[in-house]
Design a protein around this ligand. Structure first.
Ligand SMILES: Nc1ncnc2c1ncn2[C@@H]1O[C@H](COP(=O)(O)OP(=O)(O)OP(=O)(O)O)[C@@H](O)[C@H]1O
Ligand SMILES: [Mg+2]
Length: 452
């Protein structure tokens, strides 16, 4: 049991001294090491300077409330689980904080069995995440380039570590700006071909005739302007990996030619007869739904199956909420250094906004927003004022939502239940356990919401 491990440390944050002492002595009895903080800002400083396994924090505190403290803690230590304690009057704030990634919340007066269970879960969760981060540390190339430790990102990294060392052709799909090219690089770097060339071709950037000679090379005199023989990207990538970006944009005629190289491992230069053998691993990427393109007869089925030996789907940023804090910290540091700006941190409001924005342009959009933010930053703190207008507009949307639809206790409870079901992948008995209600009550509530 987690609590028996003397090393397991919990930061207990409450401005009510008596309540704090009571919690600490109970947690100590359960075998935890406790550290106290008497308000939100002390807690933030503690997290900046030490590492803990979990945080147990009151929502309502005089100096910096639990919600703001949570956002700051999340920006510093995204994987650290935070459990909030809330009275009914602040339950909305707790639900909001859960939606922003807090681990759990408990209502006061506290049910001590639930508290004990919640702590054990939080600590277990933290240990799993830390172990996974350890795995990442052992793969320096993956770690330094691909930021993020949300569950979808961990799955992606795991997939890369399985597939990279093989010779399999890989099809990477995902929305624009999600990091497909970085994934392709990670696959190459972590393969046996890692110290051989990694050659990229953007299939959408060239007219068909140019793309053909770009890929396969051409003989002298093959067309006007072809004064010498030129080797193509396939030959340049010999022994290594060829990354065919935006493969969905190629013409049917080009698809036939690509299929042939994939099958025979040989090609002919444009305007030539000679057969050239190549040893190239192919990684292709697309932001189209290629299966759909096949159905519409825009993409050859045989080529699709050749490419899609392994499919890696890069999830959109909006499904990787937990990564936003980590990415922001990474990009802010990177651009502060590049632009020689002093950067001390990001305001809670700004982080709030970044967390609530849907990021249609994914990581690329976030990266650009932070670069702009750092350049236009007035002081040493990044605020929403230096973010692009499209993102700032999100504030208006959020305020409108809260104006028009005041969140009732009913709504707050519904949101929490649906969120918990989401977190447990729809497992109702696990969700009811986490919520501290019987499965029957859960079913009744779901019926009431019309969710069943
Ligand atoms: N997980 C990540 N960690 C750090 N940087 C990332 C991550 N994912 C993407 N980026 C950065 O975001 C930008 C966009 O990534 P990339 O070019 O790989 O996306 P893409 O999916 O190929 O986009 P497109 O479909 O538009 O070509 C790049 O600058 C990349 O370095
Ligand atoms: Mg790309």
């Amino acid at each position: 049991m987690a609590g028996e491990n003397k090393q397991t440390s919990v930061l207990v944050v409450d401005d009510d001294q008596v309540h704090r002492y009571m919690l600490c002595s109970m947690l100590t009895d359960w075998g935890y090491r406790t550290i106290e903080a008497d308000d939100g800002s002390t807690a933030v400083t503690a997290v900046e300077n030490h590492s803990y396994d979990a945080v147990l924090m009151d929502i309502r505190m005089a100096r910096m409330d639990g919600h703001e403290a949570f956002l700051r803690i999340q920006a510093i230590a995204p994987a650290l689980p935070v459990i909030l304690m809330t009275a009914y009057s602040t339950v909305e704030s707790a639900v909001e904080t859960i939606q922003q990634g807090a681990h759990d919340y408990l209502t006061k007066p506290l049910d001590f069995d639930r508290l004990r269970l919640a702590l054990e879960r939080a600590v277990d969760h933290h240990q799993v995440v830390s172990q996974k981060q350890q795995v990442k540390k052992n793969k320096p190339d993956l770690e330094t380039r691909l930021i993020g430790s949300s569950p979808p990102m961990m799955d992606l990294l795991e997939m890369i570590s399985y597939v990279a060392p093989t010779e399999a052709t890989v099809l990477i799909s995902g929305e624009s700006g999600t990091g497909k090219e970085l994934v392709a690089e990670a696959l190459h770097v972590n393969s046996e071909r890692g110290n051989k060339p990694f050659v990229k071709v953007n299939c959408a950037a060239l007219a068909e005739s140019l793309l053909e000679s770009e890929l396969f090379g051409h003989e002298r005199g093959a067309f006007t302007g072809a004064e010498t023989r030129r080797e193509g990207k396939f030959v340049q990538a010999d022994g290594g990996t060829l990354f065919l970006d935006e493969i969905g944009e190629t013409s049917k005629a080009m698809q036939v030619k690509l299929l042939r190289v994939l099958q025979e491992h040989e090609l002919q230069r444009v305007g030539g007869e000679e057969t050239v053998r190549v040893d190239v691993r192919i990684i292709a990427a697309t932001n189209r739904d290629l299966e759909e393109e096949v159905k519409k007869n825009h993409f050859r089925e045989d080529l699709y199956y050749r490419l899609n030996v392994v499919m890696i789907v890069v999830p959109p940023l909006r499904e990787r909420g937990d990564d936003i804090g980590e990415l922001v910290t990474y990009f802010a540091g990177k651009f502060a250094e590049k632009n020689r700006r002093d950067f001390e941190g990001i305001t809670a409001e700004c982080m709030d906004l970044l967390n609530s924005y849907p990021w249609p342009g994914n990581v690329r959009e976030l990266e650009n927003a932070i670069e702009r933010g750092i350049i236009l930053m007035r002081g040493m703190e990044l605020t929403e004022k230096s973010l692009p207008l499209t993102i700032q507009k999100q504030i208006e949307k959020l305020t409108k939502q809260t104006d028009n639809q005041p969140v009732s206790l009913f709504e707050a409870e519904k949101q929490l239940i649906l969120k918990t079901l989401d977190k447990t992948s729809g497992n109702k008995s696990e969700a009811s356990r986490r919520l501290g209600i019987t499965p029957k009550t859960l079913l009744n509530k779901l019926k009431k919401y019309g969710e069943m």
